[in-house]
Design a binder for this molecule. Structure first.
Ligand SMILES: [Ca+2]
Length: 313
């Protein structure tokens, strides 16, 4: 049975890979909308990247809506040092993609798609949670028709400050709104995403796949690997956002712990920190499934299989 998903994203190298994995021809995931948000780069650049990626995938049937250009309260902050000036540096992309965004704002697209769906919708959020929080504020009833929200964000340590991960840190107020919404949230934080490193060995496996999508993914991973080496001294780019899709495709790849998660918004020192109550210290009502382990070998096999499936286009 197919699962309806909305992909709310800020592409972004790892967002692009998430889109490619979700939107393959045999995928059981039905992408009913892609919505974009400011994050890795401006919302205009992220949207352009989303359109280009869908174009390369041959998925001109997917609607793309432009979302929030800045967080709820803070000023916008971008991650140019990780994703480059375009937000998707590395591959050569057409400057003007063939696909155009819809005229509807992403917040309204989320509300409309969720409200009018005959089955519950899963929201996959791989950027700051601004659009989702705005949609919940504009139309609170949508929570009843959301199956779950599967996010990349947070963790028990940080990558933008010592304790905060980028997606949550960009818009902690939005993240707090979403984590207090009552919707089940599946969380892929740095604890697992930093284990999913596209090393030279992984990239050379993908170089053996003879199709345009796999070659595009190799270019993305090579750029991402170089910035992760420069900025974090890591031997491979983590394909963070792709973990959300890989979980929806094959949940048994991950070990999840049902727990309480809260978001810090007050402190100058720890703004955007995710409090993950793995030892049930607060005894507050649990609101999230937090990924604590991943079967990395099986995960890369799945990625390779999906990339190979593009041969049959
Ligand atoms: Ca992202």
């Amino acid at each position: 049975m197919t699962k309806k998903i909305i992909m709310d994203c800020d592409p972004g190298h790892d967002d692009a890979i998430a889109l490619i994995l979700a939107g393959a021809k045999q995928s059981p995931l039905d992408i009913i909308a892609v919505t974009t948000v400011a994050g890795n780069q401006s919302v205009e650049k992220n949207t352009n990247n989303a359109l280009n990626v869908l174009d390369i995938m041959g998925r001109l049937d997917i609607e793309v809506s432009v979302g929030a250009s800045r967080p709820l309260i803070k000023d916008a902050s971008f991650a140019s040092e990780i994703h480059g000036e375009t937000g998707l540096d590395g591959p050569n992309l057409p400057k003007v993609p063939a696909l155009k965004p819809t005229t509807m704002h992403a917040v309204d697209t989320i509300i409309e798609k969720v409200s009018h769906s005959d089955t519950k919708v899963t929201i996959v959020a791989t950027g700051p949670l601004t659009n989702i929080a705005m949609a919940m504020n504009k139309e609170p009833n949508i929570v009843q028709n959301i199956e779950s929200i599967t996010i990349m964000g947070g963790g028990t340590f940080g990558n933008w400050t010592p304790t905060a991960e980028f997606n949550i840190w960009v818009d902690a107020e939005a993240a707090k709104r979403v984590f207090e919404s009552g919707v089940m949230i599946n969380v892929f934080g740095l604890d697992v995403t930093h284990q999913v490193l596209a090393t030279d060995e992984i990239i050379s496996r993908f170089k053996g796949i003879d199709n345009e999508i796999a070659r595009f993914v190799v270019e993305l991973l090579e750029f991402f690997k170089s910035t992760y080496k420069t900025h974090f001294n890591m031997d491979g780019g983590p394909i963070h956002d792709a973990c959300t899709i890989l979980y929806l495709l094959q949940p048994e790849l991950f070990t999840m712990q049902y727990t309480r998660i809260d978001i810090e918004c007050q402190s100058d020192l720890t703004y955007g920190t995710m409090s993950v109550d793995l030892n049930d210290i607060t005894q507050k009502e649990k609101n999230a499934n937090f990924a604590i382990a991943v079967d990395v070998n099986d995960l890369w096999d799945l990625v390779e299989n999906i990339l190979q499936s593009y041969n049959k286009l």
